[in-house]
Design a protein around this ligand. Structure first.
Ligand code: 3PG
Length: 211
């Protein structure tokens, strides 16, 4: 396993449930990160899906140092470079392109490419990545598909996201090749918008005690 993937493994070992955050107001980022940390969650994926995402990530990096920030929805080598410049600890993509895999493989920044098929896994593995995001996990065949992918790729580790929720996350985490799960259920957009930090802490606590 590369040094890049070793540092990823350290992060997910401490905190295997990763909230996927779509943030509309950067000012919500710090109270949100604090609410999750209070519930025992020490890493988040801030998705580059909204204009507020970059400022949100920078604020959490600066003010909540115990929270490991991952940047999600990384689509281009520029996004990847931006994630590193924001002070994030790692980046993730819903899929992968040859350009992204090349750029990430040339650098040392921890990166989790997205995969849904055996060909996707091959492309990521030959580029040197061993921790992959299985997305969209439930729609791409669920646990049965993940088990099948595990056959030809026994040393690959997965972080499934997409359709993971409070009901099924434990089942996913129990798979031997799953090192973390991600999902939006821990910090839904409506709770963030309404500042329901206690509800978010409660969900985080429920997830960390079960994980
Ligand atoms: C992701 O980017 O990982 C997904 O949007 C999260 O999927 P979910 O909303 O089904 O949890």
């Amino acid at each position: 396993m590369s040094a890049r993937d070793d540092s990823l493994m350290q992060i997910v070992k401490t905190s295997p449930v990763i909230p996927v955050i779509t943030i509309e107001r950067a000012d919500d980022a710090v109270p949100l990160a604090e609410a999750l940390l209070k519930g025992g969650i020490a890493t988040i994926e801030i998705a580059l899906r909204t204009p507020a995402a970059v400022d949100a990530a920078r604020a959490v990096v600066a003010k909540v140092p115990d929270m490991s920030v991952g940047i999600g929805t990384v689509l281009t080598p520029q996004n990847l470079a931006d994630a590193k410049a924001m002070g994030a600890r790692y980046a993730l993509s819903p899929g992968a392109t040859p350009e992204l895999l090349d750029a990430a493989a040339r650098g040392d920044f921890p990166y989790i490419p997205g995969v849904a098929t055996a060909s996707d896994v091959m492309a990521a593995v030959v580029s040197g990545f061993s921790v992959l995001k299985f997305f969209p996990a439930e729609n791409a065949g669920g646990i049965a598909a993940l088990r099948a992918l595990g056959g030809p790729f026994p040393s690959t580790r997965f972080c499934p996201t997409g359709g993971i929720n409070e009901k099924n996350f434990r089942t996913w985490l129990a798979e031997p090749n799953v090192v973390a799960v991600g999902g939006s259920w821990l910090a839904p957009a409506a709770d963030i918008a309404a500042g329901r930090w206690d509800a978010i802490t409660a969900r985080a606590k429920a997830a960390t005690s079960a994980a």
